[in-house]
Design a protein around this ligand. Structure first.
Ligand SMILES: NC(=O)c1ccc[n+]([C@@H]2O[C@H](COP(=O)([O-])OP(=O)(O)OC[C@H]3O[C@@H](n4cnc5c(N)ncnc54)[C@H](OP(=O)(O)O)[C@@H]3O)[C@@H](O)[C@H]2O)c1
Length: 288
């Protein structure tokens, strides 16, 4: 099996390259090999590599910056995945793509299911939604995995920001009214590996799936859990409302996704968010 991975330097992209081998033949594309703002260059690369599977872990993920950089965001998150999907369809290859909780408006009070109405509140969410639609319309075989609040020991994320800030500030004010499931890049990679294993055994179900850590918390709860595990120095954490922390991009209040369809189709679930955090912190402790 020849697998073409886009986004090789991202959180999920890096996690996919560590641990058990992903494919017999793995071709990794970073920004250097292929600029995703150029859909033609995406098409050329796919035609040249002729993969059996494409995994797209690349995305324009700077949610606030996207508000004033709409064209680049849509090029990377909408046009590029659509180009991957149509090239994959032409080759008879499969596409695994990641999407986001930010396709929803966050006003629902219970976890979002795959068939719930979308309503992105920001440019990033709108671009990811258009990416999902482009993939579905290409007519090939695909799995889109909507995940949330991604973090890990590499890249830019909430965990790393908290670990940096704890030695800089005695007190941190963290948003306590947005709910979601922090999901580690390692857990996403592990689950993707399992999906690809099932595919090799002939088990493939094209479609859209929610795939996040089990359970839910707030950014405040996540910060507290990080500091409980990180030891000294532990700043005091003050709970604030979204309105007290204005950002260029609006965020959904409820980002919790239901993983029931994923569990029913693939026969497993990602671990609870606290367990995933324990695992990430253990890796961090082992290397520091
Ligand atoms: N991060 C989250 O909280 C979150 C939440 C829900 C869903 N997701 C989704 O999960 C997936 C993986 O996210 P992640 O957190 O692993 O993302 P990430 O760490 O931000 O990595 C994204 C990768 O995409 C690459 N990229 C961006 N623009 C590019 C361009 N024009 N050409 C080529 N490469 C480009 C980046 O390259 P450089 O390294 O060169 O910048 C980076 O390596 C994405 O689909 C994302 O939308 C993420």
């Amino acid at each position: 099996m020849r697998l073409l991975l886009f986004g090789g330097n991202g959180q999920v992209g890096r996690a996919l390259q560590s641990g058990e081998t992903l494919a017999d033949e793995l071709i990794v594309a970073t920004r250097r090999e292929c600029d995703l703002t150029d859909a033609e260059s995406v098409r050329r690369l796919v035609r040249r590599v002729r993969p059996n599977v494409i995994v797209n872990a690349a995305a324009y993920t700077a949610v606030d910056k996207a508000e004033s950089d709409r064209d680049s965001c849509f090029a990377v998150n909408a046009a590029a995945p659509a180009a991957m999907a149509s090239e994959a369809a032409a080759l008879g290859a499969r596409l695994v793509h990641y999407s986001t909780d930010y396709v929803f408006d966050g006003m629902k009070t219970t976890p979002y299911a795959e068939e719930d109405a979308t309503g992105p509140r920001n440019v990033y969410g709108a671009s990811k939604l258009e990416g999902e639609q482009g993939i579905a319309e290409a007519g090939g075989e695909f799995v889109v995995l909507r995940t949330s609040w991604v973090y890990g020991n590499h890249g830019t994320n909430f965990l790393k920001t908290m670990l940096r800030l704890r030695s800089e500030r005695p007190e941190l004010r963290i948003v306590a009214d947005q709910r979601g499931a922090p999901t580690s890049a390692d857990a996403i990679a592990e689950a993707t590996r399992e999906i690809l294993k099932q595919a090799r055994k002939g088990d493939w179900r094209s479609g859209m799936y929610h795939m996040t850590a089990g359970g839910a918390t707030t950014w405040y709860g996540f910060a507290k859990a990080i500091f409980e595990r990180a030891g000294e120095p532990a700043p005091s954490v003050i709970a604030i409302n979204t309105a007290e922390y204005p950002t260029p991009a609006a965020r959904p209040m409820n980002s919790v996704l239901s993983n029931e369809k994923f569990a029913a189709y693939f026969g497993f679930r990602l671990p609870e968010w606290e367990q995933q955090l324990d695992a990430v912190m253990a890796v961090r402790a082992a290397v520091s």
